[in-house]
Ligand binder design. Structure first.
Ligand SMILES: NC(=O)c1ccc[n+]([C@@H]2O[C@H](COP(=O)([O-])OP(=O)(O)OC[C@H]3O[C@@H](n4cnc5c(N)ncnc54)[C@H](O)[C@@H]3O)[C@@H](O)[C@H]2O)c1
Length: 342
């Protein structure tokens, strides 16, 4: 069965979506929309979508192209209206992150998807990174024992221009959400409370919230410590963060690329103050791991549209990752620990 898809928001990220869509058999892009119609036309030309409807808003796009699925790649401020319009028209919707700008909006979208009986899922493409899948398996199989803490560092200095340099809480809402979702994916743990401090150093080219440090309390008593900055030139980390997991039997580090290292307490006698430790090979990628970034997310979403059921990043689950970002923001605003409620 051919699936008809329409994409709204033809800015920078839309190229990765259209490239991924072009590799999925039976998925046809039947329309493109952007408030700047020239952008929609340019993407149609770039991907040879000669028959695609070109529109300026989501309503006109849906009316003219009658899609089964709506692909939402608009700026975060327009997301709630766009997703609501898609669900109301009976479309399954795959949305860019963050899934909403507030918990009220996110809860409302989850309710709307349930009422419409349609899939609403979010692009959390970091789950579809090989390292995240391999670490998830290492932790689930108990290689380092019970996880007591996880630590993620993110230090980069991109000059994006556009909406990011103007938005509130740019690091936590636009970028750290990836690390928070990856943490949930790798450990299987949700967060119950957070204390966060956010700042914007004098040299920052962002309007607000380019840097943050947050300590999350996780289910079962573990902690997650996130430190990040988006105006930190030099000695940059990977886009996926640099990670350390501390377990009851040992530790795992990940450089955010190919470097996963594990050391566990060994069988040799204690040497002075310290237990002996021995390296352990990290698990290889397994054939059932779904990877491939945007392509992986879109493939799972389309498979769920065809077969029914929920994809991994369904909104009713992804709201827990958003709640970490919005909980950290709330804590930074009030200057104290806040509990995370879904
Ligand atoms: N998952 C990832 O790795 C990743 C990476 C980058 C960006 N993103 C997300 O993708 C989304 C888009 O980011 P971008 O970098 O492409 O931004 P962008 O500003 O380059 O593009 C957004 C486009 O949406 C259009 N738009 C805004 N409101 C609209 C509306 N109501 N109707 C139709 N079009 C509208 C704008 O004109 C613009 O062309 C954001 O939510 C961002 O956080 C995700």
């Amino acid at each position: 069965m051919e699936i008809r898809a329409a994409l709204v928001g033809c800015g920078a990220m839309s190229a990765a979506w259209l490239e991924a869509a072009s590799r999925i058999p039976g998925l046809a892009i039947v329309g493109l929309a952007d408030i700047d119609a020239e952008r929609a036309k340019a993407r149609a030309a770039q991907f040879s979508l000669d028959e695609a409807v070109i529109a300026r808003d989501v309503g006109a796009l849906i009316a003219a192209s009658r899609p089964d699925v709506l692909l939402d790649v608009v700026v975060p401020a327009a997301r709630h209206d766009v997703v609501s319009a898609g669900l109301e028209a009976g479309c399954h919707v795959l949305s860019e992150k963050p899934m909403a700008e507030s918990m009220e909006q996110a809860r409302d979208l989850v309710r709307r998807a349930r009422a419409a009986g349609r899939i609403h899922a979010v692009v959390q493409n970091r789950r579809y990174v090989s390292g995240v899948r391999r670490i998830g398996r290492a932790l689930r199989t108990g290689l380092i024992g019970e996880v007591g803490s996880a630590h993620a560092d993110f230090f980069l200095a991109p000059h994006f221009g556009g909406f990011r340099e103007e938005m509130d809480h740019v690091l936590l809402l636009d970028m750290a959400i990836h690390a928070f979702d990856a943490l949930r994916c790798m450990t299987g743990l949700n967060s119950v409370a957070v204390y966060c401090r956010e700042w914007n150093p004098p040299h920052s080219w962002y309007r607000q919230g380019s840097s943050a440090a947050a300590v999350f309390e996780l289910e079962g008593g573990a902690a997650f410590v996130y430190r990040g900055s988006w105006c930190a030139a030099g000695l940059g980390t990977s886009w996926e963060c640099a990670w350390r997991f501390v377990g009851s039997k040992g530790a795992l580090t990940w450089d955010g690329a190919d470097g996963i290292r594990i050391e566990v307490v060994g069988s040799e006698p204690r040497n002075g103050l310290f237990d002996s430790v021995a390296p352990v090979d990290p698990p290889a990628l397994s054939p059932e791991d779904r990877i491939g970034g945007h392509f992986g997310v879109l493939s799972d979403f389309i498979a769920a549209v065809r077969a029914g059921g929920d994809p991994e990043t369904a909104g009713h689950d992804n709201i827990r990752s958003l709640a970490m970002a919005l909980g950290a923001i709330a804590s930074a605003e009030v200057g104290r620990r806040v509990e995370i409620a879904i």
